[in-house]
Every structure is written in C-alpha cells, then in structure tokens.
Design a protein around this ligand. Structure first.
Ligand SMILES: [Zn+2]
Ligand SMILES: [Zn+2]
Length: 348
C-alpha cells in the first residue's frame, strides 16, 4: 500500500509499504481522508518527537514510520474479539497510545499516560491507505457527517477537552490568542459551552470574517497590541487560551487575564519560555495545560452533525498522498496563515 513515511528533517517519502496486520482487539481501516495537524508540520521541520536515537518508550518503534493521526475511514477487517463494529462501518479514532497500567490510564485519563504515545509519532499513522487502531479508540461517524467533514473531529476535540479542563465558561469573557485550527477549536468549544463573549486575536485579517460569522469578535494584533484592545474594552479576560506557543503571546496572556482568571496553554513551545511568576501570583491567576483528549471526538462529531460547527469551511485545501509534500507541507511553510486545515484525499 501507499504511505507517507517520515525519514527525517524535511524528508517525507511516499512509499510502497506492507499493509498493517490486525492484532486482537484492533481493526484495520481503509483511510478515506486524513488531515495535516500542527504536530505533523512540527515533525516535518523539527524539532520532532518521532524517535531517531532510541526506540519509543511504549511501542519500541523508531523512524522511519508513517506519519499522521487525523483521519476518517471505513472498517476493512476486524481483529479477534472486537464487538460493536462491523466491516463497512464509517469511523474515526483517537490516536493516543498508552500503557493501560499506570494511575492515569487506570483512572481513564489515558491521554496523560506515563508512557504516552501517539500514532504517527510513536507508531505508524494515518497518512496511508490502511491503518490499524484499537477498537476501544474508535468513534462511529454520524450518518449526516461526510468522511471529509469527519477528519476535523480530532482537532476540534482538543478544544473541547481544554474547555472541559477550564471548567465553567458559561457567561465568561474569553480571549483566544492564535487563530489556527486549535485556536478556532477553542473558540467553538468556549462559544458552545456558553461563554458570553469570545474574542480571537491574530496577526492579519484572514480569519476575521469566519470568526465574526460564527458569533465571535476578531482582533488584528498586527494593527494594535492585544493589551491595548483589552484595556479599551474596559474588562480583563476571565479565560485566555494561548494557542501559539511563543514568548510574546504567553506574555500577552499574562497581561490580559483578570485576577483569579485562567490561562489555558495550547501552544507547543519550541523554546522554553520565561514566566513572570509574580504576575500570576499577585492575582491568584491560574495556568492550565491540556494534552490531546479522551472521549471528546464523540462530542466534536455531534457538534458537526448538529450543524453547530461547519467543518467544511475549516478545510482550506485538498491534496493527495502524491502531492502531500509539495502542496501540503511546503505550502504550510510558504503560506502559514492562509490555511486552517489541509485535507489529504486518500481512499475516496
Ligand atoms: Zn491533530
Ligand atoms: Zn499509562
């Protein structure tokens, strides 16, 4: 079968590889669509999480391996002991890999397993014609949701999970810094959880229309610093989602959140940031983090199915495995702010 195999920095090759074998408790899925995630882009240009020096702590795998974790597909084969699914079912899945034995796993929080892994990073992923998943990680795709729309469920689940960790956002004043797919996922999740007002901040105005249409307000921080917008509004934010992962936006978050307010860190920091602890402490401000998700893909699929999130308008380009490198990864480097989600059509 055809697969996008990661060999190293800027070295993703479209290769012919063996189809995966179905282990007990697992299913083999024919992939229809996959989606390029921010983490896949990180793998492409580094620093990467795919092990290159020593084997992965959970799976024992190392590069080269097939990348990707966002996808939709159809079950092609059932492993021994799988119930609740049949060949032909349309599904997507949570790509978390975990030990099943540590305290986090035992309490159901397998997304923070001590040996945490993810398909496409610690094992072969979804940018391939076939992939295998544990049946317990699968979600049925609702009848009125297309395979193309369903590939958005995974990134949307990240925002829903983070919002559950923030707690009650009903009636709150929320600011999302960074209008990429994760920022937009947090925007939708906060809005749908009843936030009174959600502002999305970013440089440039590519996302302005979408945010406005979906009931938010957009702040172009290329025109004016975020702190100025917020002080002019006369109210500090109750909740700030930091969805960029750089020092200046972390500083922004610290300066606009109210006393006893919460900052949710969603950005992936390539460089360790400096944090002004006094600013946090003097207002009993809380710094929270979020790691992937557990069952929230189900909630994301429901939102899409109920028309509360228009998944189609989040897809800004469609490529194939053959054009993935040039029209997908390289395009994201050329025009980073132009795209929300690039879909990869594989089996449709
Ligand atoms: Zn993702
Ligand atoms: Zn574990």
């Amino acid at each position: 079968m055809k697969a996008a195999v990661w060999h190293g920095y800027k070295d993703v090759r479209i290769e012919e590889v063996e189809q995966p074998e179905v282990k007990p408790g697992c299913v083999k899925i024919k992939v229809d669509y996959a989606g390029i995630c921010g983490t896949d882009r990180h793998e492409y240009v580094g620093p990467n999480f795919i092990p290159t020096q020593k084997p992965h702590r959970l799976t024992g795998r190392m590069a080269p391996l097939t990348i990707g974790h966002e996808f939709s597909g159809v079950i092609a084969e059932l492993g021994e002991g799988v119930t609740g699914y049949k060949v032909g079912d349309r599904v997507t899945a949570n790509g978390t890999l975990c030990c099943g034995k540590c305290p986090a796993c035992k309490s159901g929080h397998y997304n923070i397993c001590e040996k945490l892994g993810f398909v496409g990073v610690g094992d072969d992923g979804t940018f391939a014609e076939y992939v295998t998943f544990q049946a317990e990680r699968l979600f049925h795709i609702p009848e009125n949701v297309t395979q193309r729309q369903a590939l958005l469920a995974e990134p949307l689940a990240c925002g829903i999970h983070a919002t559950r960790l923030v707690g009650d956002v009903a009636g709150k004043y929320v600011v999302v810094i960074g209008p990429g797919i994760i920022g937009l996922a947090c925007f939708f999740a906060a809005k749908l959880a009843g936030a009174e007002k959600v502002l999305v901040a970013g440089i440039g105005n590519e996302r302005e229309e979408l945010v406005r249409r979906c009931g938010g307000e957009y702040l172009d921080t290329g025109k004016k610093p975020l702190e100025e917008y917020i002080s002019e509004s006369g109210r500090m934010a109750d909740v700030v989602y930091e969805c960029v992962g750089i020092q200046p936006t972390l500083n922004n978050a610290l300066h606009i959140v109210c006393p006893a307010g919460k900052i949710m860190i969603m950005g992936v920091f390539e460089k360790p940031p400096v944090l002004d602890m006094n600013l946090l402490q003097e207002g009993e401000r809380m710094l929270l983090t979020s790691q992937a998700h557990t069952d929230e893909i189900g909630a994301a699929l429901d939102y899409i199915s109920q028309g509360k999130i228009n998944a189609e308008e989040l897809i800004t380009r469609e490529v194939t495995l053959d054009t993935l490198v040039e029209d997908g990864f390289e395009e994201l480097l050329r025009n980073p702010s132009k795209h929300i989600k690039i879909a990869i059509r594989i089996g449709m």
